[in-house]
Design a protein around this ligand. Structure first.
Ligand code: URA
Length: 189
């Protein structure tokens, strides 16, 4: 296991982090990955969306949220009234778990320095946690309420909302999600 500190990664900048992710063998997922999925969007965003893990489409292309869940994320972004410069999208872990199983705690922990370094460099006002896996990486076992913003260290606000994939099979959730968004517009408008 390579020891990478967050500050060393931050010093290397976006390209350095990308390079470190591309050669990482710190968990077993490197044995089955096709493409590591790093980020998309603005490099100076107001908001960073943090997903769970790459799925099949993302593994094939290396682009986060480029499949069906991505269409729901795009619809959410439009509902929030964000422009391209306003946001970026990253995942909690960068390699696809086989058969899209949930990421293991050990995999989340192995990838955490990359996640933390990405957040430091992107330096958003708001971090939107898309579901429970992202919450695990940010909240050390503590649970946030859905749609209840939490200011961390006076630096940024965490907000947990539903993962876009959870809206695919439960259409009724879309209205619930829109209410969570409406209640928090002041965070980015
Ligand atoms: N689900 C995620 O959490 N991330 C992706 O990139 C795609 C689907």
């Amino acid at each position: 296991m390579t020891i990478r500190t967050v500050s060393e990664l931050v010093e290397q900048g976006f390209e350095g982090i990308e390079n470190e992710i591309s050669i990482c063998t710190d968990c077993q997922l490197h044995k089955t990955v096709t493409n590591r999925v790093i980020s998309k969007g603005s490099r100076s965003p107001k908001i960073v969306f943090v997903g769970e893990a790459p799925g099949k489409n993302e593994d094939e292309t290396g682009i986060p949220f480029c499949g069906r869940a991505g269409k729901n994320l795009d619809a959410m972004v439009a509902y929030m009234g964000l422009s391209e410069d306003d946001y970026s999208v990253i995942n909690t872990i960068k390699c696809r778990p086989p058969n899209n199983r949930n990421p293991l705690k050990s995999e989340i922990n192995a990838c955490k320095p990359f996640l933390q370094a990405q957040i430091k460099l992107l330096n958003p006002k708001v971090i939107i946690l898309l579901g429970n896996t992202a919450e695990k990486a940010f909240c050390n076992g503590e649970k946030l309420d859905w749609g209840a913003p939490r200011i961390v260290d006076g630096k940024y606000t965490l907000l947990k909302i539903y993962h876009p994939a959870a809206l695919i099979y439960q259409r009724s959730r879309i209205e619930e999600q829109n209410t969570l968004i409406d209640n928090n517009r002041h965070l980015w408008e």
